[in-house]
Ligand binder design. Structure first.
Ligand code: ATP
Ligand code: MG
Length: 413
């Protein structure tokens, strides 16, 4: 038997219904904040991710679905959404056009990770990216948006907030961190020794507990912030407080990706195992330039949909109420009529017709099993009188409805 690949999951109803619900909620709320949909390809040149996500990141170093295509091109299934969106932004010359661009996206991401709870090889993200806005009010805007999305999905999370400073603050901090790591070289793991060379701040993200004990005494980025980052960070916190968004400061929060500066945030939940991130985001003012565009401000976040769904599935009744109309025929010759009536009904309600004749009781059973609210049956009398026999499967009411008025009759359903 051929099965799905390891770490790749089918989404069947009712999980697929839950998925649609989550994406709909996200895009609807994002639209209210002025964010419009963008769709970019799943496959991109590998160099895009090498440049943007960074050689030293776990994503590029270990997790990419990379291969050569039939034309000999080095390509990669996208491991995250920001890089492709930035490429599209530059390719459309919007960096040169100026102005503020607010976009959102939803779709599959691919990472060759060890599959486990909340960690898949193909997973879905909903993300937003804003280009051209340097004000920290936009950081507050998208954090508030994520907060509202999570609240409306009834997902309890903690918002963790940090500032990574400007590029020069970060350079200063890296020096202090490296001397700390040098002094503790004997006690840190091999991965962290490598990170020290390639991207030292990433050590703070190490999942190794013995390393974390050492890093409890590491210097903090928040002590290296210059005036600009410090003022922005204080203002961000003021705005969030004034708008009822609760947060915790976490000076050890660094984003997994290389291009972040200033605001970094994560929404974490402990409902699906140990503190698991459901949303990560922040500011990336240097990324557009890194990728060859004209320097443009950038800020965004990405939500892991599977992790949201795992939390929702713990609490939510996903099955839907009976709805729609099942259309059945008692006789072979009325099947075309049943098909046309279902077609007509769709102007106002979900309708599905059965393609084979059955006895009334069998039709009612099929309608019940299929989760329909109504069964509409056509027999000889109904065809002749042009009146359908309709049964409400919830309260048992039965009545006849003229074919001509079917659409109006169901328009409130
Ligand atoms: P983690 O530390 O859990 O590996 P990350 O820093 O790699 O997360 P991001 O790159 O910020 O994650 O992606 C944003 C969100 O996407 C995460 O907060 C998480 O909810 C989700 N996510 C990331 N990797 C996976 C995966 N392999 N399977 C399912 N969801 C994922
Ligand atoms: Mg990861």
């Amino acid at each position: 038997m051929i099965t799905a690949l390891r770490g790749m999951k089918d989404l069947l109803p009712p999980t697929s219904i839950l998925y649609e619900k989550v994406i709909k909620t996200c895009t609807k709320i994002a639209a209210k904040y002025g964010y419009e949909s963008i769709h970019t390809p799943h496959l991109e040149a590998t160099s895009l991710f090498r440049r943007s996500v960074g050689e030293s990141s776990d994503i590029v170093g270990k997790e990419m679905y990379q291969f050569e295509d039939k034309g000999g091109n080095d390509v990669c299934l996208r491991p995250e959404g920001t890089a492709g969106v930035v490429r599209a932004f530059i390719e459309a010359k919007l960096d040169r056009a100026g102005g503020v661009h607010r976009w959102c996206y939803a779709g599959s991401m691919f990472r060759y990770e060890r599959p486990q709870k909340g960690r898949l090889r193909e997973f879905h993200q909903f993300g937003v990216e804003c280009f051209g806005e340097g004000s920290v009010y936009e950081d507050a805007n998208i954090i508030t948006m994520a907060y509202e999305i999570l609240k409306s999905l009834e997902i309890k999370t903690t918002l963790k907030l940090n500032s990574l400073g400007t590029a020069s603050d970060m350079a200063e901090y890296k020096k202090r961190l490296i001397s700390f790591l040098d002094a503790n070289d004997a006690h840190i793991c091999e991965d962290c020794k490598r990170r020290k060379q390639t991207n030292p701040i990433r050590v703070l993200d190490c999942k190794n507990e013995s390393c974390q004990i050492i890093y409890a005494n590491a210097p903090l980025i928040t002590d290296s912030l210059g005036d600009e980052a410090r003022t922005d960070f204080a203002l961000l916190q003021d705005i969030l407080r004034q708008n009822g968004v609760e947060y915790e400061l976490d000076a050890r929060l660094v984003r997994g990706l290389d291009y972040y500066c200033k605001t970094a945030f994560e929404f974490v939940s402990d409902e699906i195992g140990a503190q698991s991130a459901v949303t990560g985001g922040g500011r990336y003012d240097r990324l557009v330039e890194y990728l060859g565009g004209r320097a443009s401000y950038g800020v965004g976040f990405a939500m892991g949909i599977e992790r949201l769904m795992a939390i929702m599935a713990l609490k939510q009744e996903t099955s839907t109420m009976p709805n729609g109309v099942y259309v059945g025929s008692l006789d072979d010759e009325f099947i075309p009529l049943a098909f046309s009536l279902a077609n007509r009904l769709r102007k106002s309600v979900k309708a599905v017709s059965c393609y084979e004749p059955r006895k009334l009781a069998k039709h009612l059973q099929a309608a019940n099993n299929g989760g329909f609210k109504y069964a509409l049956i056509i027999g000889e009398d109904e065809a002749r009188s042009e009146q359908a026999w309709v049964k409400n499967l919830i309260n048992g009411d039965e009545r006849r409805i003229k074919f001509d008025t079917l659409v109006q009759e169901f328009c409130d359903e």
